[in-house]
Design a binder for this molecule. Structure first.
Ligand code: NAG
Ligand code: NAG
Ligand code: NAG
Ligand code: NAG
Ligand code: NAG
Ligand code: NAG
Ligand code: NAG
Ligand code: NAG
Ligand code: NAG
Length: 461
């Protein structure tokens, strides 16, 4: 034994355990095949580890009186009943871990009686259905509660008013709603995890008291809407995860006060519409996840007046790559913080990444890529049509149509591409297609045959 000064720790060491005295008296009884508790522990014990045994039952004062005990771990046993007052005699216990006891199910109001110094409680994965409202009445010091992976259908009422709580883990339960008073009084909460529940409604003012909250997980629930000012008082919020819900519209009122928010997840929803100014007050934002939604446009005005230059995730959306997205292309090029913006429309650029779309300019203003309508053109031409060329062709077409309308303002360089070069294309039904279109396609085919690879290079792919 290392230190004779605390020999008592070793002396009363239970038969199936190891006791170490390196700093404090630690009693290690994990994986020892215990089906009941040892009769006695060293009275200097500072921590006891009983993980991975087959304990089934904790009687009153199950551990006797251990005034030095600060940490007790009972994870991965088969405890199904805890007698009220089981932990009496442990007045200085700071940490109690009981996760993964699959048969606990219910806890008596006086289960944790006497644990006045308890800071950390872990009852994750215990098949709990609820906790009595007054169960934490004597646990004034409690700061962190791990309750994930249980069967709660609502946020336990016992948490209400626990002003000293800083971390609450309630992920992977069956919570269906957040009532207006569920989280009342949690003024020191920094971390709240409600992910992977079944929350479909959040009542007004539910988060009213969470003014210190920094990390908030609401992802993978069933939310299709949020109260207008849900997050109004969450001034300190740094990370908000709303991914994996059923949101379709983002309201400008939701995030209007989140001036410290750095990361916002809105991925894997069904977003089609983001109201103007929705992100305008997010002056600390570093990352915005909008991927895997149903967005076709992202008006610049959603960011105004803040010029957002953080990372922007936009992949897996059916983007409509007209001139309204040109600013995003510029962001892609100037900041390298945006990438993967697949265009679903207009058809002339469908399948291209926004980064590969070349916007034409007429007299300085951007010209939208057009819808391609080549149904009147022969199949051979259609089949040789490549997406990357569609972009270019559509622009040339547009330019040509403008010329037809009488506003010819091309530079000589661009103009030369439009010089007539008839007769090269066979199979085009001239009757249905304008003369200029024919000449254009002719030039295109000509160029394709002659300079295919160089051209491809020029179009920026
Ligand atoms: C665990 O406890 C439950 C209920 O008390 C019992 O049905 C089950 O057989 C026990 N499992 C083991 C491995 O002891
Ligand atoms: C919070 O902690 C303080 C100081 O330890 C204590 O006086 C107070 O009663 C606690 N509040 C609650 C609701 O337990
Ligand atoms: C979403 O926004 C669109 C466009 O403003 C509107 O027509 C629609 O009613 C909104 N849907 C919801 C659920 O608010
Ligand atoms: C942004 O903050 C300002 C100042 O607090 C406020 O007037 C404005 O309404 C906020 N914007 C939004 C979209 O709520
Ligand atoms: C995407 O939005 C369009 C309307 O803009 C709608 O017709 C379509 O059903 C939506 N798709 C999904 C998967 O929600
Ligand atoms: C192009 O710009 C010039 C000078 O700004 C202007 O005079 C002309 O009307 C413009 N033409 C078109 C087609 O917009
Ligand atoms: C394409 O042209 C054909 C024949 O002119 C017309 O019937 C069809 O509606 C057009 N399609 C589009 C998408 O404009
Ligand atoms: C062409 O330019 C004239 C003025 O220069 C303008 O009135 C007209 O709208 C323009 N037409 C098109 C199709 O841009
Ligand atoms: C006036 C005009 O459309 N100029 C364009 C000519 O082509 C070059 C390269 O494709 C463009 O950068 C110009 O804007």
């Amino acid at each position: 034994m290392i230190a004779l000064a605390v020999w008592a720790c070793a002396r009363a060491c239970p038969a199936s355990c190891t006791c170490t005295t390196e700093k404090h008296c630690s009693v290690l009884c994990d994986r020892s095949g215990l089906s009941s508790l040892p009769r006695e522990f060293p009275c200097e014990a500072s921590s006891i580890n009983l993980d991975k045994n087959s304990l089934r039952f904790l009687s009153e004062r199950a551990f006797g009186t251990l005034p030095s005990l600060r940490s007790l771990s009972l994870k991965h046993n088969n405890i199904s009943f805890i007698t009220p007052g089981a932990f009496k005699g442990l007045p200085n216990l700071v940490e109690l871990r009981m996760a993964h006891n699959d048969y606990i199910r219910y806890l008596h109001t006086r289960t944790f009686a006497g644990l006045r110094r308890l800071v950390r409680l872990d009852v994750a994965d215990c098949n709990l259905f609820n906790m009595p409202d007054r169960i934490f009445l004597e646990n004034y010091a409690l700061k962190e509660i791990f309750c994930f992976q249980n069967n709660f259908k609502r946020i336990p009422g016992s948490l209400r008013g626990m002003e000293n709580l800083t971390h609450v883990y309630l992920e992977r339960n069956k919570i269906e709603a957040v009532a207006f008073n569920s989280l009342q009084g949690l003024r020191n909460l920094r971390y709240l995890n409600l992910q992977e529940n079944r929350i479909n409604v959040i009542h007004d003012h539910s988060f009213h008291d969470l003014s210190r909250l920094e990390n908030f997980y609401l992802n993978d629930n069933l939310l299709s809407d949020l109260p207008r000012v849900a997050f109004k008082f969450l001034w300190r919020l740094k990370m908000l995860n709303l991914g994996g819900n059923l949101l379709t519209n983002i309201s400008r009122s939701w995030f209007s006060n989140l001036v410290e928010l750095e990361v916002l997840y809105l991925d894997r929803n069904r977003l089609v519409y983001i109201e103007e100014g929705s992100f305008e007050n997010l002056t600390s934002l570093v990352t915005l996840h909008l991927n895997s939604n149903n967005l076709s446009s992202l008006p610049f005005s959603v960011f105004e007046p803040v010029y957002f230059i953080g990372r922007l995730y936009l992949f897996r959306n059916p983007w409509h790559c007209d001139c309204s997205l040109e600013y995003l292309k510029e962001w892609m090029e100037s900041y390298k913080l945006v990438r993967d913006i697949p265009c679903a429309s207009p058809s002339s650029v469908a399948g291209l990444d926004l980064g590969a779309v070349v916007y034409a300019r007429v007299n300085g203003s951007c010209v939208d890529p057009g819808e391609l309508n080549l149904t009147t053109v022969s199949p051979e031409i259609l089949s040789s049509t490549e997406n990357r060329f569609n972009s270019l062709i559509s622009k040339l077409l547009l330019q040509e149509f403008r010329d037809d309308a009488g506003n010819v303002t091309k530079s000589p360089k661009n103009r030369t591409l439009l010089d007539p070069a008839e007769g090269l294309v066979s199979g085009v039904k001239r009757a249905a297609v304008s003369q200029s279109l024919v000449s254009l396609l002719a030039v295109w085919c000509d160029l394709w045959m002659a300079f295919g690879f160089q051209f491809e290079h020029v179009t920026g792919t």
